[in-house]
Design a protein around this ligand. Structure first.
Ligand SMILES: Cc1ncc(COP(=O)(O)O)c(C=O)c1O
Length: 362
């Protein structure tokens, strides 16, 4: 089989099985996609009535009321969007060029969006670095991903309130992965923090990434600028109908939280037992991340892919690198991250692959 180099450029998002196939070939068993942080247990969508497909979406009020209840905010604090990505791409567009703190490693779309419209980005890795950028007035705005993807680092909302108060501009918190651990969410701070904005998604916890539904929480001019540019019917009717039901279903939320917590603990343990000596293993609920030196982590990523387990390989990018494979000795030891989503099969295939790995190393 010839390798399509174009297809082999490191994927921009998880879930690119076309890339996995082109790069690693056909696995013995079907691919198991562990490269996203999307729950493998999706909200069980009821049959969508024909009229929902036939008619244009109407009033958003039922969706906004359901979301207001779920997020614990007033409905007027919510702007419904076709995925939180929609806001990530556009939030900074309405602001005059400024200076913004952005997590690196972190979901790259934030950095790209701010840079694309002329803002100066200051990268931080830790809370201490972020606090220093804010308290010395180096930045006007800050973006926080809580918990962070891929590092899993989580910041207490009270500390975020303190950061908000020190910033002259906006604090944008991306809570795409927070639903399983509500105590981390900063939605209750919206009442007191006028320059705080929060992003929420129905893609991850609800396992409905294909629905394209998310929310920007907060009020003020960046939200208004986004709202003014929204097309009519930007939330399609099935998304409105399904999203309203998913957000209202408290019993399912409770069961899903318990399921994610139990499986996350199991995955973390499974990885720790075999790989805990070589790598740091840390869970963010919907995914567990291994942190370590780039070369052994890259080898692990390739090994798992050859077993048909596609994970998310994350490294500090250099334009010359197509796959993220370390290109020289210096690159072999720099830190990298391997993000592993929750397996849908109780970790059976992953367990078998890890047993084989241990046996091969003896
Ligand atoms: C941290 C983070 N935020 C936001 C998004 C976008 O999610 P969506 O547009 O599906 O709401 C992603 C997608 O992977 C993500 O990882």
């Amino acid at each position: 089989m010839t390798l399509d180099l174009q297809a082999c450029q490191a994927p921009r998002h998880g879930g690119n099985l076309g890339y996995a196939q082109a790069r690693f070939g056909t696995p013995l068993l079907r691919w198991q996609d562990l490269s996203t942080g999307i729950s493998p247990w999706s909200y069980p969508v009821p049959e969508v009535p024909a009229e929902v497909w036939q008619r244009l979406p109407g009033d958003l009020a039922p969706l906004l009321n359901a979301a207001a209840n779920y997020y614990g905010v007033a409905a007027d604090k919510l702007l419904a969007l076709p995925g939180s990505q929609y806001a990530i791409r556009r939030f900074a567009q309405g602001l005059p060029p400024g200076r913004v703190a952005i997590p690196n490693p972190g979901y790259r779309a934030h950095d790209q969006a701010w840079r694309a419209v002329g803002h100066q980005c200051y990268e931080y890795q830790t809370l201490v670095q972020l606090q220093a950028l804010v308290s010395t007035g180096v930045v006007d705005h800050a973006v926080v991903i809580n918990p962070n993807n891929p590092t899993t680092e989580a910041i207490d909302p009270n500390q975020l309130a303190g950061l908000h108060d020190q910033l002259s501009g906006y604090l944008l918190i991306d809570e795409a992965f927070v639903d399983y651990r509500r105590s981390l969410s900063a939605t209750h701070l919206l009442k007191y923090c006028p320059r705080l904005f929060i992003l929420r998604s129905l893609g991850k916890f609800f396992g409905l990434a294909g629905l394209r539904l998310g929310f920007l929480l907060g009020t003020g001019s960046p939200r208004q600028a986004l709202e003014d540019k929204l097309d009519d019917w930007v939330i399609n009717h099935p998304a409105l109908w399904i999203g309203t039901r998913a957000l209202k279903d408290c019993c399912w939320h409770t069961a899903q939280r318990a399921r994610i917590t139990a499986h996350a603990q199991q995955l973390e343990q499974q990885l720790n037992q075999v790989l805990g000596k070589g790598f740091e293993v840390c869970s963010a609920g919907l995914f567990t991340t291994l942190t370590g030196a780039r070369k052994p982590l890259y080898q692990l990523y390739c090994y798992l892919a050859r077993q048909g387990l596609f994970t998310r390989w994350c490294y500090e990018t250099g334009d010359e690198e197509l796959t993220g494979e370390p290109v020289n000795a210096a690159a072999e030891t720099v830190p990298a991250w391997l993000r592993i989503g929750l397996p849908p099969d109780n970790g059976e295939r992953l367990g078998q692959a890890l047993v084989k790995l241990v046996a091969a190393q003896k």
